[in-house]
Design a protein around this ligand. Structure first.
Ligand SMILES: C[S@@+](CC[C@H](N)C(=O)[O-])C[C@H]1O[C@@H](n2cnc3c(N)ncnc32)[C@H](O)[C@@H]1O
Length: 430
């Protein structure tokens, strides 16, 4: 397929998403199913263009003066990919399966469309109703924070210390031009292609042998701050598919015990196989069993309980721009209730003197500082640690630079730390 045909396909996929409200992944899959001649490389290029357009949907619409799928794709080609207008028009005209070459008004917008006078939510590419919550966190910097959340995300890997060191991983991935990440001592970053695609790292021997896992540097930092030590009793309360469980096990060097739980048994299902591949031997999976309290025997015993709480995912909009535009006030309220509930389950598990680490991949105070304050009001036996101290305790004082305004948690974001957005707070039980 030609680049012009990819543009036409991206417009078709975006039409499903924007006009028929279909989820992105499903729309891309359906398009692939209906166009079997398209190879995996073509499908990846189409997906990348769709994601480019979605991430910057409102700023592209402003600059193009239209919100149609065609305007978004033309805008992404012009403003994100720097396409040269005459060459683009000529390639569209010369290709049978291509969009119509840009019309006069479209050409003018593509040549000059600016964001002058656009409100913060347009410059920052986030839904209008989130302007006030984001202003609470970032004040006048909210548009820049939003714009950074609208860029492509890097492809980060975590080196699994149970299988080897970062040098070994870098040697194994040298053909992908892998480099170290700046903040995590286990982080490796693999460059994307010019059009935003990552290589299929899951097919690499280093991945298949468990030497590397796909994990954003922000997630790696959350586990660093949790500072699980060899020999400890650790509960990963919201383990999901175990991304952080595996990193905790590596930090513990397979010594002590890690208990992985999730209220949704389906989410835990990949964990056993992942743990085997990663060489993890100190893991017990505590699956939910109806109404039974499957963690009752751990009450007052855990040195560390990690609550990687369900959240809106507002810190991961770079990877999931669809979620950004679909997010509603009711879903935020629902997540806040779930966060309080998960924290209340965690509290009795922590031994006196032990710690509870609360993590979200959201930037909103409603899910972060407010939940922390409400938790401490309900559980005065917990105190929040200073972010700077938590960073020193994790052996990474440099992370103290990412303290939130109150200084009682770390706040990572694409703009602040070039990672996904994360909130990471450490609470000690007295
Ligand atoms: C952010 S995800 C976890 C991601 C995972 N820790 C990782 O690193 O890949 C949040 C998880 O919390 C689970 N969850 C929600 N409420 C819970 C609760 N009260 N107790 C335990 N798990 C809960 C959800 O099912 C979801 O899998």
């Amino acid at each position: 397929m030609t680049p012009a045909a990819h543009a036409l396909a991206a417009i078709e996929v975006l039409t499903e998403i924007v006009e028929r409200h279909r989820p992105v992944a499903q729309s891309l899959k359906d398009w692939g199913g209906a166009h079997r001649f398209a190879g995996s490389g073509d499908r990846a290029r189409i997906a990348s263009l769709v994601y480019d357009a979605l991430r910057a949907r409102s700023s592209l619409a402003w600059r193009m003066g239209a919100d149609s799928p065609r305007a978004l794709v033309l805008g992404a080609l012009a403003f994100i990919r720097g396409a040269e207008l005459d060459a683009l028009g000529a390639s569209f005209a010369a290709t049978p399966h291509a969009p119509a070459p840009p019309f006069e008004a479209e050409r003018a917008a593509m040549a000059t469309g600016s964001l002058d006078g656009a409100p913060a939510h347009v410059r920052g590419d986030y839904p209008d109703w989130l302007d006030a919550p984001l202003a609470r966190v970032f004040g006048d910097a909210r548009a820049e924070e939003g714009a950074a959340l609208s860029q492509r995300a890097p492809l980060d890997l975590r080196v699994n210390a149970l299988k080897g060191d970062r040098e070994k991983a870098l040697r194994s991935l040298a053909h992908l031009k892998a480099e170290v990440t700046p903040l995590s001592p286990f982080g490796v970053r693999v460059p994307l292609t010019d059009d935003g695609r990552g290589p299929p790292v899951q097919a690499e021997p280093a991945y298949q042998k468990g030497l590397v896992e796909v994990q954003d540097e922000g997630s790696q930092i959350a586990v660093m701050i949790a500072a699980a030590a060899p020999g400890e009793q650790v509960v990963d309360l919201c383990a999901g598919a175990g991304g952080k469980t595996l990193a905790l096990a590596a930090a513990m060097n397979n010594r002590g015990q890690i208990y992985a739980h999730d209220s949704d048994i389906r989410r835990l299902s990949p964990l056993n196989e992942r743990a085997t591949r990663a060489g993890v031997r100190n893991l017990q999976i505590r699956s939910p069993r109806g109404e039974a309290n499957v963690l009752a025997d751990l009450e007052g015993k855990a040195d560390l309980v990690l609550v990687d709480a369900p959240c809106t995912g507002a810190g991961t909009w770079r990877r999931n721009p669809d979620a950004k535009w679909r997010m509603r006030p009711t879903s935020l309220e629902q997540r806040m209730l779930e966060q309080d509930a998960a924290l209340d389950v965690a509290a009795p598990l922590v031994r006196p003197g032990g710690r509870l680490v609360y993590v979200t991949c959201s930037l909103l105070m409603e899910e972060n500082e407010d939940r922390l304050a409400a938790f401490i009001a309900r559980h005065p036996e917990f105190r929040s640690a200073r972010a700077v101290e938590a960073a020193v305790g994790a052996g990474a004082p440099v992370l103290g630079a990412y303290a939130n305004a109150a200084g009682d948690a770390l706040l990572l974001s694409p703009k602040r730390s070039n990672t996904d957005g994360f909130f990471i707070a450490t609470l000690r039980r007295t």
